[in-house]
Design a protein around this ligand. Structure first.
Ligand SMILES: NC(=O)C1=CN([C@@H]2O[C@H](COP(=O)(O)OP(=O)(O)OC[C@H]3O[C@@H](n4cnc5c(N)ncnc54)[C@H](OP(=O)(O)O)[C@@H]3O)[C@@H](O)[C@H]2O)C=CC1
Ligand SMILES: CC(=O)[C@@H](O)[C@H](O)COP(=O)(O)O
Ligand SMILES: [Mn+2]
Length: 381
C-alpha cells in the first residue's frame, strides 16, 4: 500500500485524485488531506477514507469537525498544510492546492524525503529553483501532474534530457480563442469560465482564457526539465488531444496523446514508473476525431503569455511577482472588481514596479509575494 497525503482534496484535481484512489483501494491509503472552506465535503472524505489527519483553512471550523470526527486529528491554517504534507507518514504527497500557499508544505515534504506529485504549478513558478534544489539535495522525485508536463515526462521516458532539442507545449486557446483582443472588452466572468475542453477550477480556467496558464506552464517546464526558454515552444492545438511533445536532437518527435482526462496524469504520477488500468477513462479514437489542428501562437493577442516568458527569462523574483500579481488579479476579476483585460495590464504594472532579486531566498520570496498582492489590490482602491 502506498500512503498518500493530498493537499486540496475538495478541488478539481483533488476530487479526481480521490476518484483514482477509489479505483485502486488495494494500492493506496489516504493518510492525510487538506481542504480550504468546504468543511462538509471534508467530513465526508474523512469518513469515506477513514483518514487520521485533516487540515482546514479556518480555525473556526476545527472544533465542530473534531467533535464529528473522533478518529481524525483536525488541524488548520498554513501549519495544518505543512502537517498534512510532511507529518502524516505519507510516501507520496499530491499537491493539488491552489496558489503559492503550496510552496512551504512542498519544501517541508521534500525535506522529509516524500515523493511529490505536483499539480500546484504556482509553487514551481514562484520558487522553482528552491523546490528543485531541495529535491536534488534530498534525492526526492518531483512527478508532474499538469497534463502537458506529464506528457513531456512520459515522452522523455527516462531518455537523456541532454538529447532534447526542444519542448513543444500545446495550448487549447481557452474560452476566448476565437475572439480578437478588441473583442475581449467587456467579456464576463461566466464567459471566461466556459473552457472548451477541460472542466477545472475557476482560477486555472481564467488563466487558460488569458493564456497565463500557458505562460505558467512554460516556466514550469523550464523548472522541471531544466530547458532554456529558447528551446520551449507553445503551439495552439484546439482539440487538447496531443498534450505536449519533445523534439530530440535527431529531429525525432515523441508526443503523448489521450482524451482530455486529468485522472490519467494523476494516476500516472501515483503509480510511476508502473501503470494501472483506468476503466473510467475513455480510449482515444482518432478516426472519430478525424482532424487535429495546430496554429502559431500570437504573443500580441496573448499578452499574458508574453509577460510570463519575459519574466521567466529574467528569472529571480520576476516569476514570483508574475505569479502573485496574477493570483491577485484573477481573484479580483472573479469578484467582478476588475475587467478581463485589466488582468494582464495589472500584472504588467506589478512587474514594471519591481526590482528583481536574483536567486532569492525563501524569506525574500514570501515577502515579495505578499507585497505584490498588496500592490495589485491597491490598484482597485
Ligand atoms: N483542474 C485542473 O484540471 C488542473 C489544475 N492544475 C493546477 O492544480 C492546482 C489546483 O487546481 P484546481 O483543482 O483546478 O483548483 P480548485 O479551485 O478546484 O481547488 C483548489 C483546492 O485548494 C483549496 N484551497 C484553495 N485556496 C486555499 C488556501 N488558501 N488554503 C488551503 N486550501 C486552499 C480548495 O479548498 P476549498 O475548495 O475547500 O476552499 C480546493 O481544495 C492549481 O495549481 C492548478 O493550476 C493543473 C493542471 C490541471
Ligand atoms: C488540464 C491541464 O493541464 C490544464 O492546464 C490545461 O492545459 C488547460 O488548457 P489550456 O491552458 O491549454 O487551455
Ligand atoms: Mn496544463
Amino acid at each position: 500500500m502506498k500512503k498518500i497525503s493530498l493537499l486540496g482534496a475538495t478541488g478539481s484535481i483533488g476530487q479526481q485524485t480521490l476518484d483514482v484512489l477509489r479505483t485502486h483501494p488495494e494500492q493506496f491509503e489516504l493518510v492525510a488531506f487538506s481542504v480550504g472552506q468546504q468543511v462538509d465535503a471534508a467530513r465526508a472524505i474523512a469518513r469515506e477514507f477513514s483518514v487520521p489527519l485533516l487540515s482546514v483553512a479556518n480555525q473556526a471550523d476545527v472544533k465542530a469537525l473534531q467533535e464529528d470526527l473522533p478518529s481524525t486529528e483536525v488541524v488548520w491554517g498554513s501549519e495544518g498544510l505543512v502537517a498534512v504534507a510532511s507529518e502524516s507518514g505519507a510516501d507520496l504527497l499530491v499537491n493539488a492546492v491552489l496558489g503559492s500557499v503550496g510552496l512551504q508544505p512542498t519544501l517541508r515534504a521534500i525535506e522529509k524525503g516524500i515523493t511529490i506529485a505536483i499539480a500546484n504549478k504556482e509553487t514551481l513558478v514562484t520558487a522553482g529553483h528552491l523546490v528543485m534544489a531541495a529535491a536534488k539535495k534530498h534525492n526526492v522525485a518531483i512527478l508532474p501532474v499538469d497534463s502537458e508536463h506529464s506528457a513531456l515526462f512520459q515522452a522523455l521516458n527516462g531518455e537523456n534530457p541532454k538529447q532534447i532539442k526542444k519542448l513543444v507545449i500545446t495550448a487549447s486557446g481557452g474560452s476566448f480563442r476565437d475572439k480578437t483582443r478588441a473583442e475581449l472588452e467587456g467579456v464576463t466572468v461566466q464567459d471566461a469560465l466556459n473552457h472548451p475542453n477541460w472542466s477545472m477550477g475557476s482560477k486555472i480556467t481564467i488563466d487558460s482564457a488569458t493564456m497565463m496558464n500557458k505562460g505558467l506552464e512554460v516556466i514550469e517546464a523550464h523548472v522541471l526539465f531544466d530547458m532554456p526558454y529558447s528551446s520551449i515552444d507553445v503551439v495552439l492545438h484546439r482539440e487538447s488531444i496531443i498534450h505536449s511533445m519533445i523534439e530530440f536532437v535527431d529531429t525525432s518527435v515523441m508526443a503523448q496523446l489521450g482524451t482530455p482526462d486529468m485522472r490519467v496524469p494523476i494516476q500516472y504520477a501515483l503509480t510511476y514508473p508502473d501503470r494501472l488500468p483506468l476503466p473510467q477513462a475513455k480510449s482515444l479514437d482518432l478516426v472519430e476525431i478525424g482532424k487535429l489542428h495546430f496554429e502559431k501562437m500570437d504573443l500580441e493577442r496573448y499578452k499574458a503569455l508574453h509577460l510570463a516568458i519575459e519574466a521567466g527569462k529574467e528569472g529571480g523574483t520576476a516569476t514570483t511577482v508574475l505569479n502573485a500579481a496574477n493570483e491577485a488579479a484573477v481573484a479580483l476579476f472573479l469578484q467582478q472588481k476588475i475587467s478581463f483585460l485589466a488582468i494582464d495590464s495589472f500584472i504588467e504594472k506589478a512587474l514594471e514596479a519591481h526590482t528583481v532579486t536574483a536567486n532569492p531566498t525563501l524569506e525574500t520570496i514570501l515577502t515579495v509575494d505578499v507585497e505584490t498582492r498588496r500592490f495589485v489590490e491597491k490598484m482597485v482602491h
